[in-house]
Ligand binder design. Structure first.
Ligand SMILES: *[C@@H]1O[C@H](CO)[C@@H](O)[C@H](O)[C@H]1NC(C)=O
Ligand SMILES: *[C@@H]1O[C@H](CO)[C@@H](O)[C@H](O)[C@H]1NC(C)=O
Ligand SMILES: *[C@@H]1O[C@H](CO)[C@@H](O)[C@H](O)[C@H]1NC(C)=O
Ligand SMILES: *[C@@H]1O[C@H](CO)[C@@H](O)[C@H](O)[C@H]1NC(C)=O
Ligand SMILES: *[C@@H]1O[C@H](CO)[C@@H](O)[C@H](O)[C@H]1NC(C)=O
Ligand SMILES: *[C@@H]1O[C@H](CO)[C@@H](O)[C@H](O)[C@H]1NC(C)=O
Length: 665
């Protein structure tokens, strides 16, 4: 080949490359995943530092943890700042629980203390066990057992005037208190049952909860600062009075306390049989103090080179009920590991196409407050600019990968899981282990209120994902969720943390770097079809017609296929951007400004929490609520409302199709 021919060949090859490589940065993405970029030692060090002391929201220790995250972000060349809010939090002032058994004149007073079993020097700094936002008061009544405290657990149980004892495990604890109140109870104690959380041996010898261990947690039924519903708790803002907060209806109506398996055993001995009022009398007293406390979200930004006004947001909370080794700082350690690898990439010359924002939220435990206030403050910016939100909370508590997402992200998540080795079986990828596991590669949905994705999905309609290794773990929200537990049982080599950083980070990189957003709405249509078919199978009668919904989903399917094909032929930065905007905004189209009836803050009409279990994700929550009402009221009007809700969902799905098509009619 002559020199000029060789040159021509090179030019042609370069032109070919720039024309046909839709993803110009795969080189950096493999670097991100390489072993030289991952660092389990600094994951362990960060987790140890973050979990040294208990750091409940509003405490000095949590402010210290915020300063640590801020300085770590800054050391990784992230443009970092703190967004502070002043919000209403509660702490316990007085607690007592006294049992008067039938045959004994002598009442038993419970200590309500978790035993110090390890050698954690800061165990004495743990907040006394309580429920966040619990109602203050002194109550007494006969003990009544109500299993998991679900609506069905109260059927045939006379809880009227009783103090209910229920066990944790199936539904959100705030809903246990609500259900008990509706059944006529005057107070509730919720315990950690050995059948669900205990083994033969317990921590520190094994991973199980010690008998004195207590799961604390919030019992509030809303999201965000209770004194600023729907708007951000910024300086000088409007605030509801205590009475107005009470009237808003998300606060518990009867006092409650979390208790240990050991205390529950004593109480349950006085209950005759499995259900029905027992002869023991419980006197429960809880007095809390409500304070307006400062909380701090720590934000770190890497500005996008080509599309700085498009945001890929990663988030995790920092505040913990106790030490927070799993919940949430395994997630914080993952976030910092991602930040470190992105710093290394930048040193090799990489810049993202779109802006990447790392968020370390505060006061999640109380009511997803830090993220909710931020989303409420930035609602319009997020609605017009946020490409996706990637959440990680309890990132690691054991082996086994789990993911939940809005369905246009399903394919991307699976592809990322195919690129990373399973930390527990080096002969296969995470994806292979995942599809062979009990959950067989099924991706959950994000209708529930379990973590900080809730405001992004349910209030604004931002495509989102939440990932974890392990799932439920026995020392959850107890003082034993500390670094020792993690080092011994959760992730002894810190390789699960590293693998989580790889999967989540790769999803973020592809969203931030690829020319076309890697969203596939065909998956969304298939998922909606399943939900609609489930609704059809209910055979509701009363003239209910599901066909408008089915039709709208068929249209979405076509629109989703259409944009996938259209992408192939598109050239030119502005045209690419226009297609991407449609892909970004299609999720937004599933929200409705009026929101769910009687739960109007929830704007998403496809994914929202179950009315009876805030942790439960529902498809078509508005339809579900209406069916529930109609079954109770049995009136023509209430069945008409069901049909109206079906129409509303059909209409937002139709809006999503129109957005994907980009047709102005
Ligand atoms: C509630 O009971 C505690 C003792 O258990 C007592 O100190 C307090 O005064 C009582 N409060 C009310 C309002 O009765
Ligand atoms: C339910 O329990 C309360 C309190 O023990 C009692 O007064 C009431 O009679 C009981 N009601 C029924 C229907 O058993
Ligand atoms: C429990 O409360 C009831 C009603 O206030 C009271 O009569 C009783 O003495 C209390 N029992 C104990 C052991 O404090
Ligand atoms: C690891 O993966 C291989 C398949 O690649 C499988 O045969 C083996 O059983 C797995 N090992 C464990 C311990 O799960
Ligand atoms: C998977 O399911 C089987 C059968 O239900 C159960 O015995 C096993 O413990 C499960 N494994 C995990 C890791 O949950
Ligand atoms: C990091 O991983 C390596 C290899 O898996 C292991 O030998 C080392 O102990 C781990 N480091 C920590 C801090 O766990």
């Amino acid at each position: 080949m002559s020199k000029s021919k060789a040159l021509a060949f090179i030019i042609a090859a370069l032109a070919y490359y720039s024309l046909f490589s839709s993803s110009p940065k795969p080189h950096y993405h493999s670097l991100f995943l390489s072993s030289s970029f991952s660092d389990n030692a600094s994951v362990a060090l960060n987790l140890r530092t973050l979990t040294r002391r208990p750091h409940v929201a509003g405490s000095a220790a949590n402010a210290e943890a915020a300063a640590y995250v801020l300085s770590t972000f800054s050391s990784f060349a992230l443009k970092s700042h703190v967004v502070a809010y002043h919000v209403s939090l509660t702490y316990p002032l007085h607690r007592s629980l006294v049992l008067t058994p039938r045959d004994s004149a002598k009442p038993i007073t419970f200590a309500l203390e978790q035993e110090q079993v390890g050698d954690n020097p800061y165990a004495n700094e743990v907040t006394p066990t309580f429920h966040g936002y619990a109602k203050s008061g002194n109550v007494s009544g006969p003990v009544v057992y109500a299993s998991y405290g679900r609506v069905e657990d109260f059927v045939g149980v006379n809880a009227s005037g009783a103090v209910v004892i229920a066990r944790y495990g199936k539904i959100y604890r705030g809903d246990i208190v609500k259900n008990a109140y509706r059944a006529g109870a005057v107070g509730v104690v919720i315990y950690t049952d050995k059948r669900d959380y205990g083994g033969d041996e317990c921590f520190p010898a094994s991973r199980w909860m010690p008998p004195s261990g207590v799961q604390v947690g919030t019992v509030y039924n809303g999201l965000g600062d209770p004194t600023t519903p729907g708007w951000a708790s910024v300086d000088g803002c409007e605030r509801l009075s205590d009475e107005a907060v009470e009237l808003a209806g998300d606060s518990p109506q009867i006092p409650s306390l979390p208790i240990s398996a050991a205390d529950a055993e004593v109480i349950l001995k006085t209950v005759v049989g499995d259900v029905g009022p027992g002869p023991g009398i419980l006197n429960l007293s809880y007095i809390g103090e409500t304070v307006i406390a400062k909380i701090e979200n720590v934000i770190g930004v890497i500005e996008g080179e080509e599309e700085p006004d498009r945001y890929v947001i990663l988030g995790n909370h920092r505040d913990a009920w106790t030490f927070g080794a799993v919940d949430p700082n395994s997630g914080t350690a993952v976030l910092l590991e991602i930040a470190q690898r992105l710093d290394k990439l930048q040193k090799r010359g990489w810049r993202p196409r779109r802006t990447i924002i790392l968020c370390n939220w505060d006061a999640e435990e109380y009511a997803l407050i830090g993220s909710t206030e931020w989303v409420e403050e930035n609602r319009e910016m997020l609605a017009t600019r946020a490409v996706a939100y990637l959440n990680v909370d309890c990132a690691v508590s054991g082996p086994g990968f789990h993911a939940s997402a809005t369905p246009q992200l399903d394919e991307l998540i699976k592809q990322a899981a195919q690129k990373v080795q399973d930390p527990d079986n080096t002969t296969q990828t995470i994806y292979e282990s995942w599809i062979r596991s009990n959950n067989s590669g099924v991706i959950g949905r994000l209708g529930g209120g379990g973590s900080d994705y809730a405001s992004f999905v349910q209030h604004v309609g931002v495509p989102s994902v939440d990932m974890l290794f392990g799932g439920g773990y026995p020392v959850y929200h107890s003082m034993y969720d500390d670094f020792t537990w993690m080092e011994k049982f959760g992730d002894p080599m810190f390789q699960r943390h590293v693998a989580m950083a790889s999967v989540l980070g790769l999803v973020a990189l592809r969203l931030a770097d690829e020319e076309f957003l890697p969203f596939n709405y065909v998956s969304y249509a298939s998922e909606l079809k399943k939900s609609a078919e489930d609704l059809e199978k209910e055979k509701l009668g009363h003239g209910i017609d599901v066909s408008p919904l089915i039709k709208s989903i068929q249209d979405l399917y076509k629109a989703a296929q259409g944009i996938n094909i259209e992408k192939e032929g598109i050239k030119g930065a502005l045209k690419v951007r226009e297609v991407n905007d449609r892909l970004m905004m299609a999720e937004r189209a599933l929200t409705d400004r009026d929101g769910l009836s009687e739960r109007t803050w929830y704007k998403h009409l496809v994914y929202g929490p179950s009315k009876y279990d805030d942790y439960g994700s529902k498809s078509f929550p508005g339809v579900d609520d209406a069916i529930d009402n109609a079954k109770r009221l049995k009136t023509k009007e209430s069945w008409g409302h069901v049909q109206h809700q079906i129409w509303r969902v059909s209409r937002v799905i139709r809006h999503a199709s129109l957005v994907l098509k980009g047709d102005l009619r």
